[in-house]
Ligand binder design. Structure first.
Ligand SMILES: *Cc1c(COP(=O)(O)O)cnc(C)c1O
Length: 405
């Protein structure tokens, strides 16, 4: 793959990666990571590391357990299963896009007996259907229900608390697992209040870090499921990572030193802003984006993938334009405005011409009003430059949300 061949006259200055992960890394995080390798036996790093799990748990809204892995989100996915599943166990996978398929396929590769419930690529999980399937599981073959909180490919936001309610209504004892990789630190997530047993996330989205750290949060019930297993892959075992006697046990080996300084800075930023304020900021910025997109969509062919705002993520917005205009628009923005938009994911195969009809705006993590307005204005300029028909007044509609809430 190659980048734009030539940069436009107005593309200099600081570029903006407006994709749904990796997200923008704040200077404060970058600066914290820019340090010489510290002593890993004793001293500042070792003491600081003890502050990370409590603060991560605050962001996840859990009083239970947390483990850190040197991994991306796929590693956190695997850790969740490694500690809970035996080959042959039933897994009910609730799918609202490509990431839901990916996590379910991983469970199958690990030997689980996976049933996929696919809600399509433009809708959230329907808890009533989940309840029906769980009621029908009279033998209690299903050990784990996995749900994607926000599927980054479709930008569908699902009601995880309602999935728990469906499980309880069916009287089903399975564990509830949530993929919060896209939503963590962006869309409201309440692990304990929502009855989630295992939540997974990663560093490079709402946590404003480079990729490289995966996180797993788990309840007492999930810890008990781990204790019942006769064999757990040692690297993925969460037991010592969550309650180490010695520093190296947090990471089952050498600590990801500079990443930990970055994580400390990112968690400080979230604590200073306040997690409720972080969610509120994402909500308002997302509504500004939707307001603009809805006006563009009034005339012409731009479409929001998720029609009902109640089911849209505040971290990412998936959009369509008739192929190949979405790819044209992405290329124009990168070349002429210094803005990189996300590709469409999972809406068509990459070798299908229809693939060029989808794109996404990432608005997760270190994002503010001028960044969002900048992306939206750049998109409007691209629509004009490429003669793509669109409703007028989108930027004013976005500014209205920014100005008045
Ligand atoms: C990004 C993402 C993943 C995958 O994370 P990687 O770090 O790329 O492995 C999984 N699920 C969701 C919802 C994501 O947004």
């Amino acid at each position: 793959m190659s980048g734009p061949k030539q940069r436009g006259a107005l593309a200099g200055g600081r570029s903006y990666l407006a994709i749904p992960g990796p997200s923008v890394v704040p200077d404060r995080v970058l600066n914290a990571m820019h340090c010489a390798s510290p002593n890993i036996y004793a001293g500042a790093l070792v003491e600081m590391a003890d502050t990370l799990l409590p603060d991560l748990k605050r962001v996840a809204r859990t009083e239970h357990h947390a483990a850190i892995y040197i991994s991306n989100g796929h590693g956190a996915w695997e850790a969740a299963f490694a500690n809970t599943l035996t080959p042959g166990d039933g897994v009910l996978a609730l799918i609202t896009g490509s990431f839901g398929h990916g996590w379910a396929d991983m469970a199958a590769q690990l030997g689980a007996d996976v049933a996929k419930m696919d809600f399509g690529r433009a809708a959230p999980i329907d808890p009533a259907r989940v309840e029906e399937v769980l009621r029908a599981d009279t033998e209690r073959q299903i050990k784990v229900v996995v749900a994607t909180h926000v599927d980054t490919s479709s930008s569908a936001l699902s009601d995880v608390a309602a999935v728990r309610a469906a499980m309880d209504a069916a009287g089903h004892p399975a564990l509830l697992m949530a993929d919060c990789i896209a939503s963590f630190g962006c869309d409201r997530f309440e692990m304990d209040a929502w009855g989630v047993d295992v939540a997974v996330t990663a560093s490079q989205k709402g946590l404003m870090m480079p990729p490289g750290l995966g996180f797993v949060f788990f309840s007492e019930k999930a810890a008990e499921a781990r204790r019942r297993l006769t064999r757990v892959s040692p690297y993925w075992d969460w037991t010592l990572r969550a309650a180490p006697d010695q520093f190296y046990q947090y990471f089952f080996g050498t600590a990801p030193t500079q990443h930990l300084y970055g994580l400390r800075a990112a968690l400080d930023m979230i604590r200073e802003e306040g997690i409720e304020a972080v969610w509120a900021r994402h909500d308002r910025l997302a509504r500004a984006i939707w307001a603009a997109c809805e006006v563009w969509a009034q005339c012409g062919a731009l479409g929001l993938n998720i029609g009902d705002p109640a089911h849209r993520s505040r971290a990412v917005t998936a959009l369509s334009l008739p192929a190949p205009r979405a790819s044209d628009l992405r290329a124009w923005l990168e070349r002429e405005a210094g803005v990189t938009l996300g590709i469409g994911l999972g809406m068509a195969e990459p070798d299908d011409p229809a693939w060029h009809g989808f794109f996404r705006i990432g608005h997760m993590g270190h994002v503010n009003a001028h960044m969002v307005l900048g992306v939206l204005s750049s998109i409007e300029a691209g629509l004009i430059a490429l003669d793509i028909r669109h409703g007028s007044g989108a930027l004013g509609a976005a500014a209205e949300v920014i100005a008045r809430g």
